[in-house]
Design a protein around this ligand. Sequence first.
Ligand code: PMP
Length: 460
Amino acid sequence: MTKSNSLVAMDLATSLHPSTDARALEKTGPLIMDRGEGIYVYDTDGKQYIEGLAGLWSVAVGFSEKRLAEAAMKQMEKLPFYHIFFSKSHEPSIRLSDKLIEMADDPRLSRVFYTNSGSEANDTVIKLVWYMNNALGRPKKKKFLARQRAYHGITIGAGSLTALPANHKDFDLPVIPVIHLTCPYYYRLAKDGETEAEFTHRLLVEVEDTILREGPETIAAFIGEPVMGGGGVFPPPQGYWRGIEALCRKYDILLVADEVITGFGRLGTAFAFKKYGFSPDIVTVSKQITSSYMPLGAVLFGEALYNVVADNSHKIGTFGHGFTASAHPVVTAVALENLKIIEECDLIGNAARLEAPFQNGLRQLAELPFVGDVRGLGLLAALELVADKRSKCPFSEAGRVGALAMQIAHEQGLILRAIGDTLALCPPLIVTEDQVREIIERMRRILTLTIERIPGLGVA
Ligand code: PMP
């Protein structure tokens, strides 16, 4: 048995994989990745792939950044673990908080709380907001507004904010009070002839009607991904975020931006809220904060919330929330170095500069049959395949064409993600213009091969 065969057998005998059809995996075996180099990863047979999804929308600096290994090693040797419970602290955590606040560059965002993941960051938001409203003597103000197709994680709380069937069904979610509003999915949910501005208006009316129906005194926060990712990549229609912000201010509702995908340059700005010109009360981040070399999440918030928490925790002598590895020194040291690289190499500027070649190149693929919509901004994009381009009618069995395209993409050496029949792309921020061209050429080949095989699937 070769090494890779024995690894496949061992994996199948021992593992349960996230977001995977376990029985299907038993037939195919996993694709085992072995090493990384720049925007490329190599499997155990030595086959090279462009990592067109940056891992899980997360590896900004590519897959071979030695400086991050060195930063981890240095901190491992100096102080491999310490926590920030019980009035302790350490330098990497302090410096990272300072850096995050500097990058956020918004007077509303002046405090940081660390977690190990994006899910935990969003769970922390739920708890902070509930804690705040209890402390303020308004215990009814607990509900969250979120959107259909949102992805905010999979823990019990964050998983409740998520609104994707696979993350709810048979998990008994949602369990927190959350109302899922219409997804800002212009391509499919706008009515015939409805402009973006009209669509935005309709969505904002729905938000306001919901607030008034439920009672503003019951709504604690509105949470949203500035550009929705895992649900299918949905940039908001024109004026959406400014409108949501105005409603949140009007009804004293906290505005939470889940920037777990969009944070640290994905859209060509440090944070997506900068691109859309709004000012959230709370921001959650993860993923690109360390380029996913280490697990880390964080919640950024302001003095108003901080002061309520500080006063209330003072009464009982502690703030009873935190994780053993909140602000882990090795992880925060790696995050600091990663953010330094993002700045020194101007990776945010790179995303802004490559937005046009990437997005325009992909939009040209809309000339192909079955390519119904191409959307995205910065270095985040999706192509939605449909049975009928004119009517936008989806395929009769959702996901078959997407799965086929993903399989062909793997054969063609491009990792992407199929979300139903939508193909998502999100290359590392270090990608070059030549590599962007290569990704688009490969996408054209992948789509052409997929299109040839669609009639055989019997789903059109
Ligand atoms: N929020 C968003 C927008 C995400 O995309 C994700 C992960 N894909 C999460 C939260 C959850 O992060 P994690 O997987 O680190 O828990």
